[in-house]
Write a protein that binds this ligand. Structure first.
Ligand SMILES: *Cc1c(COP(=O)(O)O)cnc(C)c1O
Length: 493
């Protein structure tokens, strides 16, 4: 039986994987989900002998059988851009294994999916007989923009345009973006905050006249947002990879369950863990870790999702989010594919700002455990792990580790546990240096090297020497002129 994709809200079904990847979002506003979650049909010991790219091919082709150059896509995505031979590292410290997902070009876990997405997208476009250049538009508060730039840079048949708030990203993040040199990239600082950037991008997507004009000139707009199924599926691979690795390291027995702890924002990463479990990876708990924006903690504890609250700016900014888009996919699966019910929840969320699930879904949510940390606890955890386990972690990973410690204390559960480590500590140099007691007054670039000296951890190659790189993108614009800047870049009058 072959796999196909349908909308979580029921308005679309029978889409091929290529159509789902190209469209990104379903026409009814829902997210694409697979008709069935395929099962792992090889013994774990066999999977354990595979290289990361081989395993990626084995898993991803089950979801995307139509991508006929998938092997090449994977080889191009996970090449020497990653500074780890295995692409990810599994490091045992403090009695748990940290699954380091930040060895890609931009030193954050978004590289795991955004390195592959451009290839999936261009291949899918060909399959759907689209002969236009794909123009990716993104608004970013930091991590996504750079990972998308690095992924799409130099990929034939694509262009990428990233808008960031001029004063809303760190010095390191800004430098990472404005030094991207390939000619199919365009990076623009806007006078405004992240919401302004995001609204501007949404307005462009909604402007049919502009889209028509772009189309006449051979361009098609698309997004690299984490709701694209092409971003979700590549993330399943590292859950399978870490399980079979633990098996071959003798840390768990075949079939023994493990816990995964995931620092969560848009719910994409942890949902990939849920998919891995449904493919056959033995899981005890999926532990969902939040910062002070603890919407998901409340939801998992009470079954009520309520976004009516102020967004707090925290030291783990990639998780500062109030609407976790990918949760919609979980609701779909937990409701047994009841798209009518999912649509009701989502309609309520947009009209009233909250919804409440029934007892049946609430019971099924017990697979998850939710927790959150305060700003101080996050920093204290970095210090604790550094001093007691000689492990330097970033703020997001610290949120996860602290929530796990709380979980263990309150439940006594001693199941072997894997913590998803989502960013290099050097991406958040200022917070990390402060946490371990360094003088963090220096400029952030200098501080990076100080932190490296202090911790004896190498600065990731994507950040090393970044302060000396040539600044290529100097354009800034007002929030009203984003369309003009886009048209100029594409040479469309
Ligand atoms: C994006 C991001 C997250 C959150 O991942 P989601 O898939 O959105 O839940 C966590 N940590 C870091 C460093 C990130 O960049």
């Amino acid at each position: 039986m072959s796999i196909y994709y349908k909308s979580t809200r029921g308005g679309q079904s029978d889409m091929s994987c290529s159509q789902a990847i190209v469209k990104g979002l379903a026409d009814d506003g829902g997210l694409f989900v697979p008709s069935d979650i395929p099962k792992i049909d090889l013994p774990f010991e066999k999977l354990a002998k595979m290289k990361y790219t081989e395993l990626a091919f084995y898993i991803i082709q089950k979801f995307f059988p139509e991508i006929d150059n998938l092997k090449e896509c994977i080889e191009s995505a996970y090449d020497e851009k990653f500074d780890s031979k295995d692409k990810v590292e599994l490091v045992e410290r403090c009695g748990v294994s940290f699954l380091e997902l930040y060895h890609g070009p931009t030193a954050a876990f978004k590289d795991m999916a955004l390195s592959l997405l451009p290839y999936l997208l261009t291949s899918s476009a060909k399959k759907s007989s689209i002969d236009k250049d794909i123009v990716i538009l993104a608004a970013t508060s930091g991590d996504t923009g750079k990972a998308a730039l690095a992924g799409f840079a130099g990929v034939e048949g694509t262009k990428i345009v990233v808008f960031f708030p001029n004063d809303g990203v760190s010095a390191i993040q800004k430098m990472q973006m404005v030094t991207q040199s390939e000619s199919n990239t365009c990076v623009i600082g806007i006078d405004g905050n992240f919401d302004d950037a995001q609204t501007g991008v949404k307005n462009i997507f909604a402007d049919n006249e502009l889209k028509e004009k772009l189309s006449e000139n051979g361009f098609m707009l698309s997004s690299a947002n984490s709701i694209n199924i092409g971003r979700l599926v590549p993330q399943i691979v590292y859950y399978v990879y870490s399980y079979v690795k633990l098996l071959s390291q003798g840390k768990v027995k075949d079939g023994e369950k493990v816990n995964f702890v995931v620092p969560t924002g848009n719910f994409g990463n942890i949902l990939a863990g849920y998919y891995a479990m449904n493919m056959g990876i033995p899981v005890n708990k999926l532990i969902c870790a939040s910062n002070e924006n603890n919407v998901l903690f409340d939801f998992i504890s009470t079954g009520v999702y309520d976004r009516k609250r102020e967004l707090v700016k925290t030291n783990s900014p990639s998780m500062d989010i109030l609407v976790s888009s990918n949760l919609e996919r979980l609701l779909y699966h937990l409701s047994g594919g009841n798209s009518g019910e999912v649509k009701k929840f989502m309609d309520k969320l947009s009209s009233e700002g909250s919804y409440s699930v029934g007892q049946d879904i609430k019971n099924k949510l017990s697979l998850f455990y939710g927790g959150f940390t305060s700003e101080d606890q996050t920093l204290e955890t970095i210090k604790y792990a550094y001093e007691n386990c000689s492990y330097l972690m970033d703020t997001h990973t610290a949120v996860a580790y602290k929530v796990y410690e709380d979980y263990k204390k309150s439940t006594g559960d001693d199941t072997y546990t894997v913590i998803a480590s989502t960013a290099s500590p050097f991406k958040f140099t200022k917070s990390v240096s402060t946490a371990i007691g360094m003088d963090a007054d220096e400029d952030e670039f200098q501080l990076m090297y100080e932190l490296s000296k202090e911790s004896s951890v190498k600065v990731p190659y994507g950040l090393d020497g970044i302060e000396k790189k040539e600044i290529v993108h100097k354009t800034t614009c007002g929030k009203q002129s984003m369309e003009n800047v886009l048209s100029d870049f594409l040479g469309v009058k």
